[in-house]
Design a protein around this ligand. Structure first.
Ligand code: SF4
Length: 238
């Protein structure tokens, strides 16, 4: 019987060896075999992607899922989706708030270090069309819960998109923490419940959002400025 909470190393071993979702595992492996022409000489990761960052982080970012030729190739979330992609967009905002040491994320060995931040995801295998099924989201939820439970200093969760926002409230419900009214996702919104990490909501930095101007660099920087301010103003809540 496993002991809880698991260590980060145990959580990550469980993630990268997971085969619960046959559709996603087959898709990730096929993408890794077939590759995009520009990456033909590279060895794709092709496995589920664990979170990364500062194990002492007070702020957890929760994204959606790896990109087929991004994290499914590089093995690191928000990494390798090209110049100007979601990785660079996100790191620019983290860098501006002192949460990353550089404003880009291109490869697993690019020197990126996070400070006081951790990047997790709702789903750890790249889904076709960036769209996991509800069953796949449910199947992967235990990995998210275990990873966050293995980070002892978290005070703030940043939901990158509505699916992450929903996953956070599910986590809280599992801990017996329920809001009186159903929280409504709103970019820049801050949500406080007793005995729970604060939640900051932000649009996901997908190209669909950033290319259309729905999410601007200023908007994402501002959301992380709030997250840092909240982390500084609160005491640890698990
Ligand atoms: S999406 Fe999550 S639960 Fe499904 S196979 Fe990948 S790691 Fe396992």
């Amino acid at each position: 019987m496993a002991q809880f909470p698991l260590s980060l190393a145990e959580v990550h071993e469980a993630i990268v060896t997971c085969n619960r979702c046959p559709r996603l595992r087959e898709y990730c492996q096929r993408i890794a075999r077939e590759k995009r022409a520009a990456f033909r000489d590279q060895t794709y990761w092709g496995r589920p992607v664990a979170g990364f960052g500062d194990p002492d982080a007070r702020i957890a970012l929760i994204g959606l899922a790896p990109a087929a030729h991004g994290a499914n190739r590089t093995g690191r979330n928000f990494t390798g989706d090209g110049p100007g992609g979601s990785g660079d967009f996100l790191m620019t905002a983290l860098f501006a708030n002192g949460l990353a040491n550089q404003p880009y994320s291109r490869a697993a060995d690019d020197g990126l270090l996070l400070h006081d931040a951790w990047i997790a995801a709702v789903v750890r295998c790249a889904p076709p069309d960036n769209t996991p099924t509800p069953g796949e989201i449910a199947a992967c939820h235990a990995h998210l819960r275990a990873e966050l439970d293995a980070l002892p200093n978290l005070r703030v969760y940043v939901a990158l998109g509505r699916i992450a926002f929903t996953a956070i409230w599910r986590l809280f419900a599992e801990r017996g923490i329920r809001p009186r009214t159903r929280p409504i996702f709103e970019h820049g919104g801050v949500y406080r419940l007793p005995a729970a990490p604060l939640v900051v909501a932000a649009y996901h930095p997908s190209r669909q959002n950033t290319n259309t101007g729905r999410l601007t660099p200023l908007m994402l920087k501002s959301a992380f400025r709030k997250a840092v301010a909240m982390a500084n103003a609160t005491v640890p809540q698990r």
